[in-house]
Design a protein around this ligand. Structure first.
Ligand code: DOR
Ligand code: ZN
Length: 348
């Protein structure tokens, strides 16, 4: 029996989150708002958030769906979905709105609702130039979509074929390499200029690709980028716990209904907001690096985005608490990460 442990942190933010839309919003938002002060809201809705007006309406729907207790304490940080046709005027308008904080680049076909994403990044160079000028971050889903490239190599190939070039061409553009999954991505970010950061999910640090096939196929462990080998999982933990300010927390919590996951063609995405900070506490504790958790979860993100750090605190205790088999998801259900198991840390 290990001694009980506690840690108090500046309240963290989630720098990469999917909350979906409609009736799903009120099923999932509370888990995030309980833990985090702000979250970068991904724009990959079925009708993607491609302009300021859509982002404003989506933001309102999110705020309306928040439980009353959190309407004033939780701030959704909106993003725009980049397309081949996004104009520089739209980028300036979005930035001037004050509530849109970044632009998301989904290579067309890379993941959920990405078909209207970018098929030709060169067509977006004028937009990237304006973003570099105004200081607006580009959030990157870093995987190639070429079906001849092995699915486990798509992140590394993306670095070689796209990301290195973008960073050379736009040296002052802020770039967040989202949900990195490989030692190659870790090394790339470390070696890149200070304008380049990365988010790291809890699930990519908790699981390696064996978790996709433990005793049979495990659709609830399927996400994109797909889980990788053990050496990569270890490299992510090392990066997250290193204190390097380029790495920060982004859950990529991406809920889908149980039906959509347990399917002949199951959707990619893992719901983890029910343990949005607790899973990270467990990872950092096991790595003997709890003292590095606050900077990773609460400082590096706002510093990168040029936003103020939060002022209030949360306290976590090392104590087990059960995770349900399913959580409500509109009229359906969603199977959360480690369903039926336990959280090893709880929020006091
Ligand atoms: O696993 C994922 N789910 N990866 C993504 O890139 C998108 C996300 C989603 O929206 O479901
Ligand atoms: Zn995502």
């Amino acid at each position: 029996m290990t001694a009980s442990k506690k840690i108090t942190l500046t309240r963290p933010d989630d720098w990469h989150l999917h909350v979906r839309d409609g009736e799903i919003l009120s099923s999932v938002l509370e888990d995030t708002a309980k833990r985090f002060s702000r979250a970068i809201i991904m724009p990959n809705l079925a009708d993607p958030v491609t302009n300021t007006e859509k982002a404003e309406q989506y933001r309102e729907r999110i705020i309306n769906a928040l439980p009353n207790d959190y309407k004033l304490t939780f701030e959704p940080l909106m993003t725009l979905y980049l397309t081949n046709r996004t104009s520089t005027a739209e980028i300036r308008k979005a930035w001037d709105s004050g509530f849109i904080h970044a632009v998301k680049w989904y290579p067309a076909g890379a993941t959920t609702n990405s078909d209207k994403g970018v098929s030709d990044i060169v067509a977006c160079y004028d937009v990237l130039e304006v973003m570099a000028e105004i200081g607006m971050p580009l959030l990157v889903h870093g995987e190639v979509t070429d079906p001849t490239v092995d699915v486990f190599d798509r992140e590394k190939t993306f670095i070689d074929q796209f990301l290195s070039g973008i960073i050379k061409n736009f040296p002052t553009l802020k770039v967040v390499f989202e949900h990195i999954t490989t030692e190659h991505a870790v090394q790339f970010v470390k070696d890149a200029p200070a304008y380049v950061g990365a988010t790291i999910t809890a699930h990519h640090m908790l699981l390696n690709r064996n978790a996709l096939f433990t005793g049979g196929i495990r659709p609830h462990h399927y996400c994109l980028p797909v889980l990788k080998r053990e050496n990569h999982r270890k490299a992510l933990i090392e990066a997250a716990t290193s204190g390097n300010k380029k790495f920060f927390l982004g859950t990529d919590s991406a809920p889908h209904s149980q039906k959509a996951k347990e399917n002949a063609c199951g959707c990619a995405g893992i719901y983890s907001s029910h343990g949005g900070i607790e899973f990270y506490a467990e990872i950092f504790d096991k790595a003997g690096a709890l003292d590095k958790l606050e900077a990773f979860a609460s400082f590096h993100g706002p510093d990168f985005y040029g936003l103020p750090r939060n002022r209030d605190k949360i306290t976590l205790s090392r104590k087990q608490s059960p995770i349900p088999e399913t959580v409500p998801f509109g009229n359906e259900s969603c199977v959360p990460l480690r369903a039926g198991g336990t959280l090893e840390w709880v929020i006091d």
